[in-house]
Design a protein around this ligand. Structure first.
Ligand code: GDP
Length: 449
């Protein structure tokens, strides 16, 4: 999963640190050395990793002990800030420039990066989330299948696609597409252009020509996050040769270690605007540095979860759930209702990854199995074997009740224990958020919620 091993490493480092009570400068230095190693093992650019740690160190040493934050929590909070910074900051730089008339978005990238798929995903996104009428333009004439692929995706999504016969000049295609968009009353144009196996001068020349003839408002590099530092190099080269306006990182759902996402901004100075999180055409999401930092630090991504829930669940239910979360009232019944609703939101695994404290639960082999086979049944069976009272007040579930519930659901007591433990951790995070106490609340406040 996204950032999984980095997240585990950092969690270990901070658990260790908070177990020590008062911290000396040496403790902090030792922890930060480990942070640096963890970043480098996640394939973060060496210089970026070094600067990251230096900035944290400076701030940690300069900071006074604030309010009720323990020194370890303070270091955690500084690391969180720096992660947000290195991922691109908070000022909404992930917004697309859509003020053109019509706005033209040009996608460039190496073959296999996911460019053509991303063109279709972006079209779907702009139509479904922004109410626009996109035109997809098949101008990648190097990969023979790319044109047909975009036509097929357009058909599947019911989005118009502009294309010309094989052998047509990509520059002409883009210019003609502008005219076509006007005729079709499309109000945003997505150009799927130049894709090749390697960066070469001909490709760059083509990009420059299209750029000057069409004057796109965005020139976005589509880069494969799985390739780590290679993606960073490609971005740097493209930017130097043709001057990009931003990037889209694909395949963030794979086991990319995070190196590309964590380095590409610092190395190129360009914002990442979207990320691809799956093969399906709805698997494209805006790149939110603050939410990603929260995920990396194992604090979950409650905001994205609520957003996704609002889409899958009717508004009234979503509001109720949100109120309950805010009020810190969250019992196993809500948990079960939520799980059932979450089922409609797509793969349960990706939903659970967004919940604080769930990483550990996901790592249990039994959980793995349950998610692979019949996603929900396992957790559902345990909760359904509880009495109403037990669900409302899980604290009363003692040893003998545990045995009964496990037997009733065909699970083991250890599995039930793990479920309850994770539920408790989650509940305590929600409580902290709602009462405004503790490090999570401190961090949540930075998100303005
Ligand atoms: P292009 O040569 O750059 O146009 O690449 P394609 O659009 O054909 O994509 C190459 C492969 O990557 C295809 O199998 C896509 O399904 C896959 N792909 C693209 N984006 C993502 C993503 O975000 N996640 C995953 N898992 N696969 C992706």
């Amino acid at each position: 999963a996204m950032f999984e091993s980095l997240s585990k490493r950092l969690e270990g480092i901070f658990n260790n640190l908070s177990g020590q009570g008062k911290l000396t400068e040496e403790d902090v230095n030792a922890a930060l050395r480990e942070v640096r190693i963890a970043l480098i093992e996640a394939d973060v650019n060496l210089k970026v990793a070094r600067q990251f740690v230096e900035r944290v160190k400076e701030k940690a040493i300069g900071a006074d002990v604030l309010g009720s934050l323990s020194p370890a929590q303070q270091v955690l909070s500084i690391v969180n800030d720096e992660l947000i910074e290195v991922l691109g900051g908070t000022e909404g730089k992930n917004k697309l420039e859509l003020s053109g008339n019509p706005p033209v978005i040009m996608l460039v990238g190496l073959q296999g990066s996911g460019k053509t798929t991303t063109a279709a995903k972006l079209g779907r996104y702009l139509r479904d989330k922004q109410g626009m009428r996109p035109l997809l333009v098949a101008a990648d004439m190097y990969r023979p299948a790319a044109v047909n692929q975009l036509k097929a995706l357009g058909k599947q999504l019911q989005l118009p696609v502009y294309w010309e016969q094989m052998g047509a000049d990509p520059v002409d295609i883009c210019v003609n597409a502008l005219e076509h968009a006007r005729e079709q009353a499309c109000n945003v144009i997505i150009l799927d252009t130049a894709g090749r196996l390697n960066i070469d001068e001909r490709m760059m020349e083509e990009v420059r020509t299209i750029r000057s003839r069409v004057q796109p408002h965005e020139v976005l590099l589509v880069a494969d996050a799985m390739t780590g530092q290679e993606a960073v190099r490609v971005a740097k080269d493209f930017n130097e040769a043709v001057s990009l306006t931003g990037m889209i990182l694909t395949k963030m759902d794979g086991d990319a270690r995070g190196g590309a996402a964590l380095s590409i901004r610092a190395v190129t100075g360009l914002p990442v605007k979207f990320m691809g999180v799956g093969e399906k055409t709805d698997a494209l999401v805006p790149f939110h540095p603050d939410r990603l930092a929260s995920r990396i630090l194992g604090m979950g991504d409650v905001l994205s979860l609520i957003e996704q829930a609002q889409e899958a669940i009717d508004e009234e239910e979503a509001l109720k759930a949100q109120e309950k979360l805010k009020a810190g009232k969250f019992d196993l019944e809500d948990f079960l209702t939520a799980m059932r609703q979450l089922k409609r939101m797509g793969p349960l695994r990706s939903v659970m990854e967004m919940l604080p404290g769930f990483n550990k639960l996901l790592q249990m082999p039994e959980m793995e199995e349950a998610l692979e086979s019949d996603q929900l049944k396992y957790v559902e069976a345990m909760i359904l074997s509880m009495t109403k009272e037990e669900r409302r007040n899980p604290d009363i579930i003692n040893g003998s009740r545990r045995k009964r519930i496990a037997a009733g659901s065909g699970t083991k007591v250890e599995e039930l224990n793990a479920l309850l433990k994770q539920f408790n951790e989650m509940r305590s995070v929600f409580r902290q958020i709602s009462t405004g106490k503790g490090p999570f609340a401190q961090l949540m406040r930075q998100y303005g919620k």
